[in-house]
Design a protein around this ligand. Sequence first.
Ligand SMILES: *Cc1c(COP(=O)(O)O)cnc(C)c1O
Length: 416
Amino acid sequence: MEHAGTQDGNLYEYAENRLKDLSAKGLYRFLRIVDGPQGAKVRLGDQEVLLLCSNNYLGLAGHPKLAEAAAAAAWEFGCSASASRLISGTMRLHERLERKLADFMDRPDVLVFSSGYAANVGCISSLVGSGDVILSDQLNHASIIDGCRLSRAEVKIYRHGDMEHLEFLLERTTGAGKRLIVTETLFSMDGDMAPLVELVKLARRYRCILMVDEAHAIGVQGPRGRGIAEMMGVEQDIDIVVGTMGKALGCFGAFVACPPVLRNYFINHARSFIFSTALPPPVLGAVEAALDIVASEPERRSHVAALAASFYKGFTRIAHAHTGCRVTPATESAVTQIQGLILGEDRIAVALSNALLTRGVYVQAIRPPSVPAGTARLRCSLTAAHTVTDIEYALWAIDEALKEVVARRELSVRAS
Ligand SMILES: *Cc1c(COP(=O)(O)O)cnc(C)c1O
């Protein structure tokens, strides 16, 4: 491997230099090891920390009922599907879970994918191609962006949540082939919601396919946990809903809820579905158990909502006391379990995250390319595993950490 290289030098030197570039910009990332199951608190090395950045929104990831269901499925069906779905990997459990998910979502059909990433990439790239147009929200997740790129369709980005801009673009693409509007419903990094009622109207008026990604909403938002579309009363007006099972459902994998004809279409055309090993029995078993809890314990959803509302009050007060930085979502009426403090500079976000860690609170600094350049942030997420005391402690720590970072003049108090 000594001579592995590129035209202008050694590959390893190249990689080393690119990593140094990232460090110099405050963008270097590394993996932190978490010990023990995911919960309100986890161990990082020899420190117990309050976890405020996981997507375990209902606190199900470490739930004994999920572990029991996973173990039972492993004993009965083994640990692997051993093939892709179209070869011999479609087991009775896949069929059973897909029916259960369709019932849960109140939709005619569901197709399970190995991940949300695979679902977005596979669905988008199979639905549209060259000659077609995709209209995509500016803040859509990387998996949606990659699906758009892979499709070879023309991609028009509309300003985040801006329906006038979307309509402007729709007016100008009327001669195109198929048109697909795609958006997250609960935006993963800002915690705000897409205007689904308006999106449904525009999709109808301009005869577009409407696809929504409920990754952060399934299980936790909507009266029955079916997401933002349920909350806004437009479930039956959306062609394709993507949901994940690795976030609020505490497991892994994803699903697509759609009419039967589209399910058959994806089975035949979505390459990330076709060319990948089917989800294994323990995961499928655990998701079934998670769905039972989502249905039988609505108090988990109300608990997260109450924590989110009280966190937001403290978070905005503290942010405004020490900085001129913006908190997302912008208004109290639109608060969700995801809340961010937009710090701007990458270094500052890292400094604040580190200052929090010394106080026993773990919140990752979110930097580009996960968010647009210049919008590095602290992204906090509340879960049903947290208690009121946890939230009070987190707010105290954020207050102290912000004071420290401001005192070190890393963050200036400026009006925004
Ligand atoms: C996490 C996420 C995905 C990817 O889902 P995985 O199952 O983790 O691959 C897709 N879309 C959005 C909006 C996400 O936040």
